[in-house]
Design a protein around this ligand. Structure first.
Ligand code: TRP
Length: 79
């Protein structure tokens, strides 16, 4: 982890799936923004993740509770 890179923090993001088949997708850092990892969570499963030198954004598909330093938010699946 780069010491001076303010985008990389020690903060964790907590994601709790509220339905089966929630996808947590990591997107690459840098000029080329693409998916590099997809994790499938079933209902009740929790993933604890960080932003790293490889990961600048996290996309969540499906209904999940997301807890961050900035507050809580709930993602919703398509109706
Ligand atoms: N190897 C990845 C990385 O260090 C793992 C990862 C970190 C990840 N945060 C993530 C994967 C968030 C998916 C979502 O960047």
């Amino acid at each position: 982890m780069e010491e001076n890179n303010k985008a990389v923090t020690n903060d964790y993001v907590v994601i709790k799936a509220k339905e089966d088949g929630v996808h947590v997708i990591g997107l690459t850092r840098g000029s080329d923004t693409r998916f590099h990892h997809s994790e499938k969570l079933d209902k009740g499963e929790v993933m604890i993740a960080q932003f790293t030198e490889h990961t600048s954004a996290i996309k969540i598909r499906g209904n999940a509770l997301i807890k961050t330093h900035y507050g809580d938010v709930e993602s919703e699946g398509k109706k």
